[in-house]
Structure formats: structure tokens, C-alpha cells
Unconditional design. Structure first.
Length: 296
């Protein structure tokens, strides 16, 4: 009987899909449409599978290491020994707070918190013309905050100026409109491919396209973030989509440094480590004032 059973033909014809043996085609996923559409479909499936395969808990690996230590001291040593000539600075509102200009997002002291008494529909409404037409008072309050009676470049502004005077600064990009960068005498020219050290000072790194500029440098370029809060790191979801943020604090990091503190304190720390502290203080004392004192 077993032999007879093995010799007996199935009732279904070979064309019957219900009795077909498993094939390699089945393991490849859904069948693809013919022609050009099939090619696009195939690429989509491959891309989707690759994205699914990337959803694993792998350590973040950034680049080959140039810094001996992932600290502000390591950055200072890199500057002294390697003498980078193409340092790029990215600065935000945090660089100007010690000049008397509040930033936007700091709890309690930030402009967005202080303007909530005007019952803004959302913080950015203060910059929208439709809201201004209805209620201009918040904008003029902001203008008074942004332009106090006397305004001078901060310690951090002057540190960047010192980098320029020593021939180490390639570019300075800013999100700010207070013009304090202009008072330091820095050139207004822009470019990232040449960058050999990126300094990110006093910014939340959430406003685009400015924030994405931090990733325009090459994969081995050291990056130092000086800020009161940790910012700029990508979430797991962003990493799965291929969005790579700053790597400090992550396993496999080889180039990113976070130093927690004010921009002025970070600038003074770097200047001290580099032996530039006396030069920096001279620049601070000689800094020009943007607006003269009003006559009584």
C-alpha cells in the first residue's frame, strides 16, 4: 500500500496552485508586476526590507577617531597639535544671553515663556504677519528685549574672533539677528567640506535648515557642542530612517564632545586650555558697543 500510494498521481493538475510545492519565488516576497512598474516595485521592496533589517539595537558608530579624549580638553589638545585651519562655528541664541538678550526656549527666562501672557496660539505666531495685524504688542515687546539700550559682544563672541585672528576660522554661521557677530570684525563669507573642527555654540539644533548643517562636515571631523542642555542627538526612530545626529554619549562615538555650560564659560575654558585667556580678556575689554546710551 505505501508503494501504491507513492505511485498514485494527485487529482489536482500541475497548474493547481493549491498543490504546488514551495518554490524560491515564494520566499522572495510578493510577486512583482511586469515591465517598468515591476522594476519600481522591486526597488521599493528591497528598500523596505533594508529598513526593516536596520531596526536592531546596534551601537552608533560615527567615524575614525581624531581626538585623543572625547572632552573639551581633548578638543583643545587637537587644536594645539593639529592646528586646524578650517574651523567652522555654528551659533544660536545662547551665545548672546550674557549680553542681555534672552534666548527663545529656556524655561522661565526664554522669550517664548515670557510672551505667553499674550496668549499666543503658538510661540512662532509672534513672527507671523497675520497675528501681528491682529495684535502687534507681542512683537514690539520682543523687539525691546532683543535690542537693549547697550549691547556688546560677549566673551564667546570674542573667542570666535580670536580664532579668526589666529587664522583658524573658516566660517561663522549664526541664527541670530542681533549683529554682535558683525562687531567682532568677522568676515561674512560661507563652506563645510573643508571643515576640520566644528564648534556648535548655544543652539537647540531644532530649527531647520540650520540644524542639519552640523552633518555637512565629513564623517571624521570632530564636533564640540557647548550648551546648557544636551541637544542634537537622533532618536532611535530617526536612526532607523537613516537620520544621524550627534554621537556624544553613545557607544562607538569617536568624534563628538558635549560640554555642559554657558557659551561664555565654555569659551573661557577653551581659551584657558589653549593659553589664550589673556588675549581673550583684552578683546572682551576692548569690545565696541552696538548702541550708544540714550541721553537723559
Amino acid at each position: 500500500m505505501p508503494n501504491e500510494a507513492r505511485q498514485r498521481k494527485p487529482k489536482d493538475t500541475p497548474e493547481s496552485p493549491s498543490k504546488k510545492p514551495p518554490s524560491d519565488e515564494k520566499s522572495k516576497g510578493p510577486s512583482q508586476p511586469p515591465g517598468a512598474c515591476g522594476e519600481v516595485f522591486s526597488k521599493f521592496v528591497d528598500s523596505f526590507n533594508a529598513a526593516l533589517n536596520s531596526v536592531v539595537d546596534e551601537p552608533a558608530v560615527c567615524s575614525t577617531r581624531r581626538l585623543k579624549a572625547l572632552t573639551i580638553e581633548g578638543v583643545a589638545e587637537y587644536i594645539k597639535k593639529e592646528k586646524p585651519k578650517n574651523i567652522i562655528v555654528m551659533s544660536g541664541a545662547g551665545i548672546s544671553t550674557s549680553a542681555g538678550i534672552p534666548d527663545f526656549r529656556s524655561p522661565g527666562s526664554g522669550l517664548y515663556d515670557n510672551l505667553q501672557k499674550y496668549k499666543l496660539p503658538h510661540p512662532q505666531a509672534i513672527f507671523e504677519i497675520d497675528f501681528f495685524d491682529e495684535n502687534p504688542e507681542p512683537f514690539f515687546t520682543l523687539a525691546r528685549e532683543l535690542f537693549p539700550e547697550r549691547l556688546k559682544p560677549t566673551v564667546c563672541h570674542q573667542f570666535v574672533s580670536l580664532l579668526d585672528k589666529k587664522g583658524l576660522l573658516q566660517r561663522w554661521y549664526t541664527q541670530n539677528i542681533d549683529s554682535l557677530e558683525y562687531l567682532t570684525g568677522i568676515s561674512e563669507d560661507k563652506d563645510f567640506p573643508k571643515c576640520d573642527l566644528l564648534l556648535i555654540l548655544g543652539t537647540s539644533l531644532v530649527v531647520q535648515p540650520f540644524a542639519s548643517m552640523a552633518h555637512e562636515v565629513d564623517s571624521e571631523c570632530p564636533r564640540l557642542l557647548v550648551n546648557l542642555e544636551e541637544v542634537g542627538r537622533s532618536s532611535r526612530a530617526e536612526e532607523r530612517m537613516g537620520i544621524q545626529g550627534l554621537c556624544y554619549g553613545k557607544h562607538g562615538n569617536s568624534r563628538d564632545v558635549f560640554w555642559k555650560g554657558t557659551c561664555d564659560d565654555g569659551a573661557r575654558k577653551l581659551a584657558e586650555l589653549l593659553g589664550w585667556d589673556a588675549e581673550l580678556e583684552i578683546l572682551v575689554e576692548q569690545a565696541p558697543t552696538l548702541l550708544p546710551t540714550r541721553k537723559q
